[in-house]
Design a protein around this ligand. Structure first.
Ligand code: SF4
Ligand code: SF4
Length: 246
């Protein structure tokens, strides 16, 4: 029997996982019942299923420290990092011990919870998420200091790990929209005083692929595991208030 009243609390859980078999081109939902300690993470549960019940369940992870974005999945409809979701927190947040686990819907499934992010990354590549044209360092030491008051305006946005949770939650259904994380990546560089190539970036931001495809739902901000207020940055861009922040 589970001990549910102590520090070693064990929860009886049901994980209903969306499976996909690429050979058979078949999707189905498979339920796994398991017992898990309160501080196990959802990646630990997937591993437990592999070890104890079903070695064929496919899922992805890499750093398992919330820094790489590889383990993004949808739990009860919410995109999140499976390495950051503890059993106890999930039970409290969702008020259930039954969880539906699906792959992100922003990319085609490869197998089970593994998706092919190549096309999604192509959208990031299109905005060139790096300094295209660096300005000359103002100091003689070849260093480029950024004033704290300038950095404060956009430093949170630099924490993006491209986990695609925001893109998966985004309600903008327009096919050409580059998506919240691609918008964020180019907004950061517009606000970055080291970047001289602003015009090219503004052209993308205000193109038919850009910020005006956003419906300001704030779903992106709600799900971001790095607590970036993505919608705020998109709103600043819509209002033309990103250039004078640098
Ligand atoms: S903005 Fe947040 S949710 Fe979106 S890709 Fe970056 S880290 Fe993930
Ligand atoms: S605020 Fe805009 S970018 Fe963010 S989820 Fe909503 S529609 Fe998408």
């Amino acid at each position: 029997m589970s001990n549910e009243n102590s520090h070693s609390q064990v929860y009886k859980l049901t994980l209903k996982i969306k499976r996909y078999d690429p050979e058979e081109k078949r999707s189905w939902v498979q339920a796994y019942n398991l017992e898990a300690g309160r501080i196990l993470r959802f990646v630990d549960l997937f591993r437990q299923i592999n070890d104890e019940q079903d070695p064929t369940l496919a899922w992805n992870s890499s750093c398992e420290h919330g820094q790489c974005g590889t383990c993004s999945v949808k739990v009860n409809g919410k995109p999140l990092l499976a390495c950051e979701l503890l059993v106890e927190n999930a039970v409290q947040y969702f008020q259930t011990r039954t969880f539906t686990i699906e792959p992100l819907n922003v990319a085609p499934a490869v197998r089970d919870l593994v998706v092919d992010l190549a096309a999604a990354y192509e959208r990031i590549d299109r905005v060139q998420p790096y300094i295209i044209q660096p300005g000359s360092p103002p100091s003689e030491q070849d260093a480029y200091p950024i004033m704290p008051q300038s950095l404060d305006h956009y430093v949170n946005a630099t924490r993006c790990i491209n986990c695609f949770c925001c893109a998966s939650a985004c309600i903008s259904s327009h096919n050409s929209f580059l998506g919240p994380n691609a918008m964020l990546a180019t907004i950061v560089r517009v606000m970055d005083p080291r970047e001289q190539e602003k015009a090219k970036r503004l052209k993308i931001l205000y193109s038919e692929q850009g910020v005006y495809r956003c419906h300001s739902s704030r779903a992106c901000s709600f799900v971001c595991p790095k607590e970036i207020d993505v919608a705020h940055f998109i709103a600043l861009a819509k209002e033309g208030r990103i250039l004078n922040k640098s």
